[in-house]
Design a protein around this ligand. Structure first.
Ligand SMILES: [Zn+2]
Length: 253
C-alpha cells in the first residue's frame, strides 16, 4: 500500500493555488517521521518531537519555538528538511494552478485533487506492472476548509460513479487528518510551499532540491502539472518535458 500525503498552498490572494505532496510505501512512513524528529531535535530543545514543522512558521520565525532561532538557523533547518525529502524513498506529486488560467466556474481544489489522484493512480499502475503485484493507494490530505467539498465529491462518486470512477488503484476516497499530528503531512506542506515559491516568486531554492523526485517516466514529469497561461514557453520540468515529448502541457491527466 502506498500513501500519498497532500497539503495545499496559496489559499488567499495568491495568483496560484498549489496542491502537492509525497507518496510513500507504508513501511517507510515510520522511519521517515523519525528522521524529521531527529532533525528537529538538533535545532530546538526537547520535546521537539511534538513540534509541528510548517514551512511558513519556520521561515517567519515569529512564534515559539522558531522565534528562539536565528534566521540563518531557521533557513538551515528548512534546507535540511528539503534534503530529507530529496533523499527519502518517496515520489512527489504536485499541481500548480495559475488562477488566471482557471476556467470560469471551475473549482480549483477539486481540479487539483482529481488531477493528483489520476497521476498517483498512473504511478501505482506502473509499479504494479514493474513488480507484478497489484499496488493500492490511499490519499491522506491535511484538514482544511476544503474538506467539505471533497466529502461532497466523494458522496457524488459513490452515488454516480463518475469522475473518480475510473481510477482503479485507489482504495478509498481521501482521508483527512490534522497536519499537526503527522510528520508526513508536514513534509507535504514543505513540498507545497516549495512549488508555491517557485511559481509565484521565482524563488526556486527548495523546489530545485526536490524537483528530481517528481514522478517521471519516459522523459515526462507526469507527477508535476503546471496549469498556466505561459505553458508554451514555461521552462519548469512539468511544462518543458511535455513540450519536448509532444504532449499538451495543459492536459489535465
Ligand atoms: Zn511550467
Amino acid at each position: 500500500m502506498y500513501l500519498l500525503y497532500l497539503d495545499e498552498s496559496g489559499l488567499h490572494a495568491s495568483p496560484y493555488f498549489v496542491l502537492a505532496g509525497l507518496a510513500v510505501f507504508e513501511t517507510h512512513t515510520g522511519p521517515l517521521s523519525s528522521e524529521v524528529d531527529h532533525l528537529l531535535n538538533r535545532y530546538i530543545p526537547a520535546p521537539a518531537r511534538v513540534e509541528p514543522l510548517r514551512a511558513t512558521a519556520v521561515r517567519s520565525g515569529s512564534k515559539p519555538p522558531w522565534d528562539q532561532l536565528r534566521q540563518s538557523s531557521r533557513w538551515s533547518l528548512l534546507d535540511e528538511a528539503y534534503e530529507v525529502i530529496r533523499h527519502c524513498p518517496a515520489v512527489l506529486f504536485g499541481v500548480a494552478i495559475e488562477r488566471a488560467w482557471l476556467p470560469a466556474g471551475e473549482d480549483e481544489y477539486l481540479l487539483a485533487i482529481e488531477s493528483v489522484a489520476r497521476r498517483f493512480d498512473g504511478y501505482l499502475q506502473r509499479r504494479a506492472c514493474a513488480e507484478s503485484v497489484p499496488q493500492r493507494g490511499i490519499i491522506v490530505a491535511a484538514e482544511s476548509p476544503f474538506r467539505q467539498r471533497i466529502e461532497t465529491l466523494a458522496l457524488r462518486i459513490q452515488q454516480e460513479g463518475t469522475r473518480w470512477g475510473d481510477i482503479g488503484n485507489l482504495a478509498e476516497v481521501p482521508l483527512f487528518t490534522s497536519a499537526a499530528n503527522s510528520r508526513m503531512l508536514q513534509l507535504a506542506d514543505l513540498c507545497a510551499n516549495a512549488l508555491h515559491a517557485r511559481y509565484v516568486t521565482g524563488h526556486a531554492r527548495h523546489f530545485d532540491r526536490i524537483a528530481a523526485q517528481f514522478d517521471e517516466t519516459d522523459g515526462v514529469v507526469h507527477g508535476l502539472w503546471h496549469a498556466s497561461l505561459d505553458y508554451q514557453t514555461c521552462p519548469c520540468p512539468g511544462c518543458l518535458t511535455r513540450r519536448i515529448a509532444g504532449q499538451d502541457p495543459t492536459a489535465r491527466s
